[in-house]
Design a protein around this ligand. Structure first.
Ligand code: 13P
Length: 283
């Protein structure tokens, strides 16, 4: 399913679609199962690191196999990718959308390149997320902890209109990773961008935001809500807890470990779908 179809509908009805960064077969299968269970649309994201660690062909093969005949709208999205060759390979292979991340480059250079990426994507019926300000924090080796310069609303609107991107990721005080304190978010910027351009907004750094923040930002037009750290933490902690139990009992059964971890991931993903209001929104 094309990203734009999923997001335009979410924007019109003001619910959010979880965009979850998976990193192996178990997490991919579990988030898809949550979407089916909740009758919710879902965006599955892959970082460049995940594409490299699993391998493009194997990863895409997993996606094709696991989504064959699926009855809810799902799409495969390449998250923060500064590398044009990886963008080209993923679009060629069948990814539904990409985030071309040239946010640390001057806006004009970013625009020049994103126009090329949009043309490449259109040629295969795919969509593009754009950003002109880096999201604070390092995620899977991409990004920086330095707070990037924010652009004016005029510059952002001009970039969106001239580039033709389908979804835009602004920096609004959000950050990747674990928040040390509740973030102060510039929600008005989301309203201003949606009013000026009519396109859906991608909310990065979802892990650790409060329910009230999610509700407010989704109502303003954040139709895509990114979750990465939350899944990593759930995955690692459930493994740790299970392995501690296995050690104590001296029982070593991998399928039981996978069953526990899968259940925790399904529960986590379903919880976000409930929070974002996408339950029952499959068509
Ligand atoms: P978190 O890691 O904070 O959940 O952010 C996810 C994200 O924005 C991925 O691009």
């Amino acid at each position: 399913m094309p990203l734009k179809d999923i997001l335009d509908r979410a924007l019109a009805e003001r619910y959010g679609v979880a965009a979850i960064n998976i990193f192996n077969d178990l997490t991919l299968e579990a988030v898809l199962a949550a979407a089916v269970e909740q009758r919710s649309p879902l965006i599955v994201q892959t970082s460049v690191k995940t594409v490299r660690s699993i391998g493009l062909d194997v990863l895409y093969g997993m996606w094709e196999t696991m989504t064959a005949g699926i009855e809810v709208p799902v799409c495969l999205h390449l998250d923060h990718c500064p590398e044009r060759d990886v963008i080209t390979e993923c679009l060629r292979k069948g990814w539904n959308s990409v985030l071309f991340d040239a946010s640390r480059q001057p806006v004009e250079e970013n625009l020049r390149q994103v126009i090329e990426v949009v043309a490449q994507a259109r040629a295969v019926g795919a969509h593009v997320e754009g950003e002109i300000e880096a999201i604070t924090g390092v995620e899977d080796g991409v990004g920086s902890d330095d707070v990037a310069k924010r652009q004016s609303l005029e510059v952002a609107v001009d970039f969106i209109q001239r580039s033709g991107v389908d979804v835009f990721a602004p920096s609004i005080g959000n950050a990747h990773g674990v928040y040390v304190a509740e973030p102060t978010l510039d929600a008005q910027r989301v309203t201003d961008l949606v009013q000026a351009t009519g396109i859906p907004i991608a909310l990065h750094g979802g892990t650790g935001m409060t329910d009230a923040q999610f509700a407010d930002l989704i109502a303003r037009g954040c139709a895509k809500v990114n979750i990465s750290t939350g899944l990593k933490v759930t995955f690692m902690k459930t493994n740790l807890e299970f392995l501690r139990g296995a050690e104590a009992a001296n029982k070593w059964d991998p399928p039981s470990l996978f069953r526990d971890v899968r259940a925790a991931v399904v529960e986590m993903a379903a919880g976000y779908m409930v929070k974002f209001g996408s339950v029952g929104k499959a068509w």
